[in-house]
Design a protein around this ligand. Structure first.
Ligand SMILES: Cc1cc2nc3c(=O)[nH]c(=O)nc-3n(C[C@H](O)[C@H](O)[C@H](O)COP(=O)(O)OP(=O)(O)OC[C@H]3O[C@@H](n4cnc5c(N)ncnc54)[C@H](O)[C@@H]3O)c2cc1C
Length: 386
């Protein structure tokens, strides 16, 4: 059986690796001329690690992280809002959260595929979905390609989503703009985690290689770029507690990544059409507040491979894809909603609500120490299909 996967991001690569391991002939069509992730760092959550375990790649990714101690949520003046011990996460979910560079995780997954599986520099332009009796066809700038299964993993601005679900309004601006940095870790004591202040959030994730992945988010009109993104970050976060200004100062202006965040606010009616499956950001782009976009894309990829893998005909592929939609579409929509709600909680636009939130979280932390972790059960306790 032949599969074409469009997009070599976390979703596309996991689907491709899962299908390849089940004996499929897999081609990954990627418009970039090389395999290069957009963005600097990533937190692989226990659910993402379980997805990678099904490919035999979980332990390699686990080794990318140093031991993680406590993590904290603090106010911009340094006062503690909440603290979580890595050991508590491991006790509850069986794994820690693994902070890593995107490229290192992507290297692990792409390494599961033969190099001749990739067709780089080829752009998908559209798709004919096929049916139980007709194979689907991918239209590309290098001509049409036919397969038994096509996987649309082409990210938030998916061309294939538009072709498959022309009635869908597409991704909409979440109101939030985000910056990402990868810089040398400053000397001095600090806890990894997030700093929350009014409408803004700043995330601090030290990596095993002596660098720190940091991200920042705030509300803004869409489409605004700044002549000097680093100066803009210092303007917004320069008075926050150590190491926020130090991390920003350590950045090279040119390497600060700035993106507006789009989300699929209206859920897709299905995650397949004919013999074409859709996954990852193409299906359910979400805000980054749960750190789940790539983790969900990997859940999609391995679930798709497990369900479709045994198929021996177009009819079986189409039947398996209906199961894929039934399993993944409700979860994808739920994660988009949860991320959005988490964003509203994190980035507060009302001072009284912010004060109430901080007080509530401090009290809850004292009275029910594992409350925050318990609240993450529906997100992180996911198990791959057998
Ligand atoms: C600030 C920020 C922080 C984040 N932090 C985390 C985190 O800690 N943990 C987490 O799990 N998620 C995180 N995310 C979300 C995560 O980055 C995305 O959800 C994830 O990368 C989506 O993977 P994907 O494979 O669906 O799409 P993508 O990674 O976008 O990959 C799509 C691929 O398709 C290719 N492509 C696009 N169009 C075409 C075409 N027409 N033809 C051929 N190829 C095409 C692209 O070049 C790209 O390689 C974060 C996002 C942001 C913005």
């Amino acid at each position: 059986m032949k599969a074409i996967v469009v997009g070599a991001g976390f979703g596309g690569l996991t689907a491709a690796a899962g299908l390849f391991q089940r004996g499929w002939d897999v081609t990954v069509v990627e418009r970039a001329p090389e395999l290069r992730p957009v963005g600097s760092g990533l937190a692989v959550a226990p659910n993402g690690l379980r997805a990678l375990d099904t490919l035999g790649a979980g332990d390699t990714v686990r080794k990318l992280a140093a031991f993680q101690g406590d993590a904290a949520v603090t106010r911009s003046d340094g006062r503690l809002i909440a603290r979580t011990a890595s050991q508590a996460i491991i006790r509850r979910f069986g794994d820690a959260v693994i902070p890593a560079t995107r490229s290192s995780v992507m290297d692990v997954i792409s390494g599961l595929l033969p190099t001749d599986a990739f067709r780089l520099g080829v752009e998908a332009k559209g798709v004919e979905p096929g049916s139980a009796s007709q194979r689907p066809r991918l239209l590309t700038d290098s001509g049409p390609l036919e397969a038994d299964l096509i996987v649309a993993a082409d990210g938030v601005n998916s061309v294939l989503r538009k072709a498959l679900f022309p009635e869908h309004p597409g991704a909409v601006y979440s109101g939030i703009t985000a910056w990402r940095l990868l810089v040398p870790t400053p000397k001095g004591d600090f806890l990894p985690g997030e700093v929350w202040g009014g409408s803004k959030v700043f995330g601090i994730t030290p990596l095993v290689d002596g660098r720190t992945y940091a991200y920042a988010a705030d509300y803004a009109e869409p489409g605004i770029t700044y002549p000097d993104e680093k100066a803009e970050l210092l303007r917004r976060f320069g008075t926050w507690h150590f190491p926020v200004p130090q991390l920003i100062s350590a950045a090279d202006s040119e390497t600060v990544l700035h993106n507006d965040i789009y989300e699929i606010a209206k859920p897709l009616s299905a995650y397949h059409r004919g013999a074409v499956a859709i996954l990852g950001d193409a299906a359910h782009a979400m805000t980054p507040h749960l750190g789940q976009g790539a983790n969900q894309a990997m859940e999609d990829g391995v679930t798709l491979a497990a369900l479709v893998g045994p198929s021996k005909s177009s009819a079986e592929v189409v039947t398996a894809l209906a199961h894929y939609t039934a399993l993944r579409a409700p979860r994808g929509a739920d994660m988009v909603r949860r991320s959005h709600r988490m964003g509203a909680l994190t980035q507060s636009t009302s001072r009284p609500k912010e004060a109430l939130r901080n007080l509530g979280m401090r009290l809850a932390g004292r009275l029910v120490p594992d409350l925050a972790l318990r609240a993450m059960d529906p997100v992180v306790a996911w198990q791959p299909p057998r």
